[in-house]
Each structure stands twice: as C-alpha cells, then as structure tokens.
Write a protein that binds this ligand. Structure first.
Ligand SMILES: [Fe+2]
Ligand SMILES: [Fe+2]
Length: 175
C-alpha cells in the first residue's frame, strides 16, 4: 500500500536533512585531521557543497514543518569520528570513506527520485534532489580518482561504512 503523502515527504526531508548533516560532520572530521594539502583542498570543495545541501534541507524542515531526526546528536559524534579516523589512517582511507558513503547516498537519492515521480506537485523537490545526487556522484568520482581503491583493506573498510550508512538512513527516516 502506498504511504500517505505527508508521511512519505516528511521522511524524505527528515532523512536527507540528517544525511547531509552527517556528511558535513564527516568532512569536518577529515578537515581537522588531513595533512596533505591536495586532499585537504578536495575535501574542502566537497564540504562546501554539503553545506549547501544541508542549508536547503534546513529550510525545508522549517517550511514544511517536519520533525527533524532525534538522532542528530549521535550523527554529530559518529560522523565526525568516522571522518577523523579515516583521515588519521591516511588520505586513501579518507577518499575510500567518501566513495562508500556517496555510493549509498547516490542509491538512496535515486530511490527517492523514482518515488517522487508519482507526485507532480513535488517536481521542484525532485529536481533539487537530482542536482544533489549529481554532486554526490562527483564526490564519489573524486574519491575514486584520488586513490580510494588503494586504501588499506578497501573492501572491508567500504563494506563497513556502507552498512553503517544504510543503517543510519533506516534510523533517520523513522526517529
Ligand atoms: Fe550532500
Ligand atoms: Fe557528498
């Protein structure tokens, strides 16, 4: 059965707001600990775009009167910690973290884009999500082009980060 529209849109806004906040915190953790100038500049570029994404969903939370996730304090700590730990391991692990997270977000946004097609009145929201999705893909490609695949234990590292990201998405929709 199709979910009631308000419930669905509220979930979209809540989870995207939480996710963009998490992304901001991951990159803040990386910016704090990355030493290499080239990688630091790449992360700062992605961070700037995450701030724009977060800003949009911040406004939508208010405009649409959506209850934000109650789990923000957890994403605040865990996001920063994930960014910090991967940056401390090294540049490649930091890039692998981006590849893993953005791959999950790309799929997550695609799922929303597909579902939003049923609501012509939400065309604007859908096109903003499409734009953000393209930027997340750009972030993933930056990671791949900057040696993410050579990170120590790339497969295990990214599998763990993807699992954690999917779990965070599931929780943030609901709580
Ligand atoms: Fe983002
Ligand atoms: Fe991103």
């Amino acid at each position: 059965m199709r979910k009631n529209k308000k419930t669905f849109i509220d979930e979209v806004i809540r989870v995207n707001h939480a996710g963009e906040f998490g992304a901001k915190r991951i990159y803040e953790g990386q910016i704090r600990f990355l030493k290499d100038t080239k990688h630091l500049e790449l992360v700062k570029h992605m961070y700037k775009q995450e701030l724009e994404h977060l800003d949009y969903f911040n406004r939508e939370v208010v405009n649409r009167d959506v209850r934000p996730t109650a789990l923000a304090p957890i994403w605040n700590g865990l996001g920063f910690a994930l960014g910090a730990v991967t940056a401390i391991i090294g540049n490649k692990a930091a890039m692998a973290c981006t590849v893993a997270v953005e791959e999950v977000i790309e799929e997550h946004y695609q799922e929303q884009i597909d579902k939003l097609a049923c609501y012509p009145e939400e065309k604007e929201l859908c096109s903003v999500i499409k734009k953000f999705q393209q930027e997340e893909v750009e972030h993933k490609n930056i990671g791949i082009e900057n040696d993410a695949l050579d990170a120590p234990a790339f497969a295990i590292l990214t599998r763990c980060i993807k699992k954690a990201s999917k779990c965070a998405i599931w929780l943030s929709k609901r709580f």
